[in-house]
Write a protein that binds this ligand. Structure first.
Ligand SMILES: O=C(O)CCC(=O)C(=O)O
Length: 257
């Protein structure tokens, strides 16, 4: 599936852009099914709340950006359920972290036209901390995503620093402190992508994205997968942690053969 160079690049840089992992037909079906999910079940908000907005947006825009986020599209669409097991998607994740892969989440991040919300610099780790680092986020692009549409921007190699302290608490989404981590001071690489492309990135990679200022939607869906022997931080060891195994077989370490 992935070649050695791609695997090395992922581990070195913390991310990998795979072009056309989904065929045009698959992407077409997924996009139209997602539009239906949005139209029937979606809700528009301003996007992630928090004090970071003052540092990323002009005053008149801070409360008027637009976003549609949708967790678990498979609650509404079997087409989206099948993607959890998509051979190309899961095969790439297996190449990167090993054969036994557990699905963790699917979430749509859609930026509507004209003023689709930005995201501040952050790692995904504080949103779902686990007890190891083999956790991959996969951003599946349903639209062509030029830079002006608020494409993902990454800080290469930043995953090597492991989990960093974020601003958290009531009224804010976790984000890195804006006096130290901001595109004005930290170099990042924008990844313009086409529909059907997937960007794989470590949940410790620092990333962000800007406002969608185009007249088109920018819809991306993030899938999270991790090694099956990882557990969420602070979960009682006696409490089972089961979720969908998307690739391979999860062995029971206490089972006797
Ligand atoms: O979709 C984006 O531009 C960024 C979303 C994001 O930050 C994330 O998925 O963690």
């Amino acid at each position: 599936m992935l070649d050695r160079e791609q695997i090395e690049a992922y581990h070195r840089d913390g991310y990998l852009h795979v072009k056309q992992l989904f065929t045009p037909e698959e992407t077409e079906e997924l996009a139209s099914e997602m539009v239906r999910v949005i139209n029937e079940w979606g809700q528009e908000t301003i996007g992630w709340p928090g004090p970071w907005r003052a540092r990323y947006l002009a005053e008149e825009e801070q409360q008027t950006t637009k976003a549609v986020f949708m967790h678990n599209p498979h609650f509404y669409s079997s087409t989206w359920g099948r993607v959890i097991f998509h051979e190309g998607l899961v095969g790439a994740v297996q190449d990167l972290i090993g054969d036994v892969v557990q699905w963790h989440h699917t979430v749509l991040h859609a930026k509507p036209p004209e003023k689709g919300t930005p995201f501040p610099m952050h790692q995904d780790y504080p949103f779902y901390p686990h007890d190891a680092l083999d956790f991959i986020d996969c951003l599946v692009h349903l639209d062509d995503t030029p830079l002006e549409s608020g494409a993902l921007q990454v800080v290469p190699k930043s995953h090597k620093d492991g989990p960093l302290e974020h601003i958290t608490g009531q009224g804010t989404a976790p984000h890195l402190p804006t006096d130290k981590y901001h595109p004005d001071f930290i170099d990042s690489i924008p990844i313009a992508a086409k529909k059907g492309d997937v960007i794989f990135f470590s949940y410790c990679l620092i990333h962000w994205s800007n406002v969608n200022r185009t007249n088109n939607w920018r819809k991306s869906v993030r899938f999270g997968y991790h090694k099956a022997d990882m557990r969420p931080v602070n979960k009682d060891l006696n409490e089972p942690y089961n979720n969908i195994i998307a690739g391979g077989f999860k062995t029971n370490p206490s089972a006797t053969a």
